[in-house]
Every structure is written in structure tokens, then in C-alpha cells.
Design a protein. Structure first.
Length: 331
């Protein structure tokens, strides 16, 4: 606590008392210098996303504040890690996010370009889509709604107040020990229709936000000269939607790999019509077994040993199909 007899701090001059300088040349040796040079080059690669040099320099200490903040990843904890106190002026940092000083499209595009050297063009570019909730307590904050709580047991599901987003990330090639790091590419709002209206963001489902993210990634690969590289997108059962698959690019360009519900209705591909008949052509063949019914089969299973995070796991699977998902009626 400050002594009441101490002179009152000059809060008017404080905003100009701290000057943030860009990175100086590396003065450390060994691995520290390599890490410093890599971080410097990564920051400079994102300079086009900032409208002014001043805002670019002000964003750099925030990055270090988040790196060295070991509590919650909030702006307040970043200020604490930087040594800023209650007598410092924080408003300039908050204005980075409250006004259009950073171009989000350019920012994500710059980071995507940094992932290309680590993704061989001869192999598929692997990405993952997943929905995420940001818990909130306010009933008036834009984008908030009642959603299914993910941390409740399946036999007694609950709800919580949160904002829903779609996370698109790139998966680096697997290491020799079986590790693969995810690099976040985009975070798109996926607010449901019953959420509090958010200005500038239309309500959408998770798969609709994922569809926009996949198309953005596919177009970014094409713009980078990788038109022939296939895009492999991995997701959970929330993205096993027929409408989502129908609006994706052709399988030669994008492959969607998701989990499937055990009671999913699957159909064979329509066979050739032996005789002409009136009406439109068939889109679906005969209905086949549900995925859970294949578990009773004894033959036809395959096994493979996979190295995942330093552990060898024996998997058991079978290959069937191809099958077709029937789209729901829009009427």
C-alpha cells in the first residue's frame, strides 16, 4: 500500500513515461539466441496486419506478457507480467482491440504463410475444426446464449451461459515420437439464433462457420501456389453433416474426416438404371447397416500399431463403403 503522506503519482504524464522499442539484435548465445531470432522473424512477418508502426510496437509487449503470464490468459494478467501497476494507463492497450487498428484478415493470412515451410507440398495439408465455448455470466453480452455444458456427464447433461466460436487450426507433421502440434489459424464466431444479437455477426451453426473456414483455407492454399495440394480436414461428430459435406470442394481438393453417429442412416451409391423411367434420377441406393451393427461382425477387421505421444497403440478398424448420407428436407 502507498503511504498517505507520499506524493500523489503523476498519472497525467504516465502514458508517455514508458516507451516500447522494437526488438534489438540478439545478444544471447546458444538456444536462447535461436529462440529470440525465431520470435523476432515471426513478429516482423505480421507487420502488414498493423495499420501503424506505433500499434505494432505496442502489441509486442502484450505478446511477452501472455508468454510469461502463468495465471489466467487475460489482459490484466499480461499487464501484471509486464510490471504495470494500477497507476499506469492501460487504455492504449485496450484500444488495440476496441478500434480497427489490426486487420484480422491480414493477420491470419500472415500466420498461414508462416505454416507453409513446415507443410510439405507433396503431402496433404492437415487441418482440424472444433467448436469451443467461452463461459460468460452476463445475459446481455452480445453473442451469449444458453449452450450445452461440455463438462457435464452424458447421463446428466447440463447447460451454461457462453459464447460459441469455431476454431480452425493446422496440424504439423507428426514427429518421430508421435507428437503433432496444432497451430491456430482462425477463430470465427458461431453464435446460435437465440443468442444475444451481436452487431456485424450473423447467427450461424458450427458447421456453417467451419464451411467458411475450410473455404478460406482452400483459397489461401491456391493463392500460395499449392493448387494441387489436397486439404485434409479433421473434425468430431458435430461436423458429420450432409449439408456440410455437400458444399465442400471436390474430394480431389478437400477431404473431410469426421466421426459418425452409431445410428447414422447410410445408403449405397445409386447403381446404373437398367431401363428408362419417368422422373428424376435416383440419388441414393439401398440402405445399408448402421455403423453399430458392424461391431457384431467377426471377420473383416484390420489392425495397425500407431505411435501417439511416445506410446504405441494398437488400433482395430474395418473399411466399408463408399456410402452416401441423405440430406434432410428443407421444406
Amino acid at each position: 500500500m502507498r503511504d498517505n503522506h507520499d506524493p500523489k503519482p503523476n498519472t497525467e504524464a504516465e502514458p508517455h513515461a514508458r516507451a516500447y522499442q522494437p526488438f534489438a539484435p540478439a545478444t544471447w548465445g546458444g538456444r536462447d539466441a535461436l529462440a529470440e531470432n525465431a520470435l523476432r522473424s515471426l513478429l516482423l512477418a505480421h507487420r502488414p496486419a498493423f495499420r501503424q508502426e506505433r500499434t505494432f510496437l505496442r502489441a509486442q509487449p502484450l505478446l511477452f506478457g501472455h508468454l510469461f503470464s502463468f495465471a489466467r490468459r487475460t489482459l490484466t494478467q499480461a499487464f501484471v507480467a509486464l510490471g504495470l501497476t494500477e497507476h499506469d494507463d492501460w487504455s492504449a492497450f485496450y484500444r488495440l482491440f476496441g478500434a480497427p487498428r489490426i486487420d484480422y484478415g491480414k493477420l491470419t493470412g500472415c500466420f498461414f504463410e508462416e505454416t507453409l515451410p513446415h507443410m510439405p507440398a507433396s503431402e496433404p495439408y492437415v487441418a482440424v475444426v472444433d467448436g469451443m465455448h467461452l463461459p460468460r455470466s452476463s445475459h446481455k453480452m452480445p453473442g451469449t446464449s444458453w449452450l450445452k455444458a461440455p463438462r457435464t456427464p452424458p447421463f446428466r447433461p447440463g447447460i451454461h451461459r457462453a459464447q460459441r466460436f469455431l476454431h480452425l487450426a493446422a496440424l504439423l507433421p507428426k514427429s518421430e515420437e508421435g507428437y503433432s502440434r496444432a497451430l491456430p489459424l482462425r477463430l470465427e464466431p458461431a453464435f446460435p439464433e437465440k443468442a444475444v444479437a451481436a452487431e456485424g455477426f450473423e447467427p450461424k451453426k458450427q458447421w456453417e462457420a467451419a464451411l467458411e473456414g475450410v473455404w478460406w483455407l482452400r483459397e489461401s492454399l491456391d493463392a500460395a501456389g499449392r493448387e494441387g495440394q489436397r486439404l485434409l480436414v479433421v473434425g468430431d461428430g458435430d461436423f458429420s453433416v450432409a449439408e456440410f459435406r455437400a458444399q465442400l470442394p471436390p474430394p480431389e481438393r478437400v477431404v473431410l474426416f469426421t466421426r459418425c453417429a452409431k445410428n447414422r442412416a447410410l445408403y449405397e451409391l445409386p447403381g446404373p438404371e437398367l431401363e428408362k423411367r419417368r422422373g428424376r434420377r435416383r440419388k441414393y441406393g439401398d440402405r445399408v447397416r448402421r455403423p453399430e451393427e458392424w461391431l457384431a461382425e467377426r471377420d473383416g477387421w484390420r489392425g495397425r500399431e500407431l505411435l501417439v505421444r511416445g506410446r504405441r497403440i494398437l488400433t482395430r478398424f474395418r473399411v466399408e463403403g463408399p456410402f452416401v448420407l441423405k440430406r434432410r428436407s428443407l421444406t
